[in-house]
Design a protein around this ligand. Structure first.
Ligand SMILES: C[S@@+](CC[C@H](N)C(=O)[O-])C[C@H]1O[C@@H](n2cnc3c(N)ncnc32)[C@H](O)[C@@H]1O
Length: 308
C-alpha cells in the first residue's frame, strides 16, 4: 500500500500564514518550517538528512530527545539517503552512532535521550524477517545483498541479529551513559506469523544521559506502578502515512520522566510528528527532522491547522 497522503496536492511550501518557510536553512539543502502554537510554544520542522541538519544546530539546545530510527532492513521510507538499508550491521550501527554523536552535542548537559529500537532476524536471502512478512510496506526481495554472507558477522540464517544492543553498546563505549534498558511490551500488536519460536512482543527503549547528573522525575513511574517494563498498546491512530509511528503514550511517559517543565524536545527521525505533537501538548517547544518531504509537509499542515 502506497502512502495515501499526497503532499504535492496539499500545500505549497509557504501556504500557511502562521508558518514561515526557509527553503535553504544554513545555506544547505535543508528546508525548514517554523511556527508557534496558540500558547506561544515554538516548533520547527526540518526536511533533510538528520546528520546534516543536526550539524547545523547549535550545541546544548535540547532538554530531551525521543526518537525511533528506521530499523535495520525492515521498512522502505522511499527517500534517497535513508538509514536502514546498509549492507552490513556494522554500517547501520555506525550510521546511527554518528547521528547519536550529534545528538550528544545538541543535548543540554543535564539532558536525556530515549531511543526506541527493534531487532531484525537475518534470513540469509537478502531479505529481512519482520513482524509481518506479508506487509507490502516492507521491501522484501528487492535487494539481493549478502546472500548467505552473514551480514559481515558470519551470522547464520534465522538469527536474531541483536541490533538494539549492538547500537547501545557502541554508544556507551563512546560517550553516552546508558542509564536504563526499558522493555516496551507492545500490547495488542499484530502477532508475528512465525511458528518455530516465541513471537516477539517487545522492543527496547534505551535511556541515555550525557552526564552523571540529569533531569529525572520518578513520580510518573510510581503513579503508574511501572519501572523498566512499560505496558503500552502498540496500535496508533491511522494517519495515512507509512511511518511506523510510536504511540503517544510512549512519548508522553519519556517526556514526563525525562523533560523539565517548559523544556525543548527534539526528534531527529520525526516521521508523522508524534514526538512533536505530544511535546507541544505537554507545554514544551519541539523540533523534528525527517528526510521524507511528504512526512514533513504532513506535520507542518497539521501543526498549522490545529495550532494545538
Ligand atoms: C520509525 S520512523 C519514525 C516514526 C515516528 N516515530 C512516528 O511516530 O511517526 C523513522 C523515520 O526516519 C526517517 N529517516 C530515514 N532516514 C533518515 C535520515 N537519514 N535522516 C532523517 N530522517 C530519516 C524516515 O523517513 C522515517 O520517517
Amino acid at each position: 500500500m502506497e502512502s495515501n497522503y499526497n503532499a504535492s496536492s496539499l500545500m505549497l511550501p509557504n501556504l500557511f500564514s502562521n508558518v514561515s518557510y526557509h527553503p535553504k536553512f544554513a545555506d544547505k539543502d535543508i528546508q525548514m518550517w517554523e511556527g508557534k502554537t496558540l500558547s506561544e510554544l515554538s516548533w520547527r520542522v526540518f526536511c533533510g538528512d538528520a546528520l546534516e541538519v543536526l550539524k547545523a544546530l547549535p550545541k546544548e539546545s535540547f532538554n530531551c530527545v525521543v526518537t525511533s530510527p528506521p530499523y535495520f532492513w525492515l521498512r522502505d521510507y522511499k527517500v534517497e539517503g535513508q538509514i536502514g538499508w546498509e549492507d552490513s550491521v556494522e554500517e547501520y550501527v555506525n550510521a546511527l552512532v554518528q547521528i547519536m554523536d550529534e545528538i550528544y552535542r545538541v543535548l543540554l548537559p543535564d539532558g536525556t535521550l530515549f531511543l526506541n529500537i527493534g531487532d531484525t532476524y537475518y534470513s540469509g536471502k537478502g531479505e529481512s524477517q519482520g513482524v509481518d512478512k506479508k506487509s507490502p510496506k516492507r521491501r522484501f526481495g528487492l535487494r539481493a545483498v549478502d546472500k548467505g554472507g552473514g551480514l559481515g558477522l558470519k551470522l547464520r540464517p534465522k538469527t536474531a541479529i541483536g541490533i538494539p544492543w549492538r547500537v547501545a553498546i557502541e554508544m556507551s563505549q563512546q560517550k553516552w551513559i546508558l542509564r536504563s534498558s526499558i522493555i516496551w511490551n507492545r500490547q495488542f500488536s499484530l502477532p508475528e506469523s512465525v511458528k518455530d519460536r516465541p513471537r516477539r512482543t517487545y522492543e527496547n527503549i534505551f535511556m541515555f544521559t550525557k552526564g552523571r547528573k540529569y533531569f529525572f522525575n520518578r513520580e510518573p513511574l510510581e503513579r503508574d506502578g511501572e519501572e523498566d517494563i512499560w505496558n503500552i498498546p502498540a496500535r496508533t491512530e491511522p494517519n495515512g502515512l507509512d511511518t511506523a509511528p510510536f504511540p503517544d503514550l510512549l512519548v508522553q511517559r519519556c517526556l514526563e520522566i525525562g523533560c523539565p517543565e517548559n523544556g525543548s524536545v527534539l526528534d531527529p527521525f520525526v516521521g508523522s510528528g508524534t514526538t512533536m505533537r505530544v511535546a507541544l501538548n505537554a507545554g514544551h517547544s519541539a523540533v523534528g527532522i525527517d528526510l521524507n518531504q511528504t512526512f514533513c509537509q504532513y506535520i507542518v499542515k497539521r501543526l498549522a491547522e490545529e495550532r494545538l
